[in-house]
Design a protein around this ligand. Structure first.
Ligand SMILES: [Mg+2]
Length: 104
């Protein structure tokens, strides 16, 4: 399943379950994604089963894609992923990690 397909599945879930579904709800969805990141971190620190960590990461992805569905409905996230991956692959070694040494 690709990101655009996942967005449609998430939209169905949101509508079916009566979750927040308006552009003004985007900040809440981003906050929920952050909360789920915290849950993933907590699962890792507690040494919980791998499945629990994976489930929390999926919760993060759910909220991020749901926010993207409302914030940028005309943007194809599969194409955006490919473009961003290509952009990052063309950046220098260890880009953005200035605290590390630059020797491979
Ligand atoms: Mg969770």
């Amino acid at each position: 399943m690709q990101l655009e397909e996942m967005k449609k599945e998430i939209e169905t879930l949101v509508i079916t379950k009566g979750f927040y579904n308006n552009p003004e709800d985007i900040p809440k969805k981003l906050l929920f994604a952050f909360i789920e990141l915290g849950e993933a971190s907590d699962a890792w620190k507690k040494g919980l089963p791998e499945e629990k960590f994976a489930e929390e990461i999926i919760d993060v992805i759910f909220y991020l894609l749901d926010a993207s569905r409302l914030a940028c409905p005309n943007t194809n996230m599969d194409e955006t992923f490919k473009k961003k991956l290509e952009k990052n692959l063309n950046r220098p070694y260890q880009y953005g990690e200035g605290h590390r040494t630059n020797t491979p």
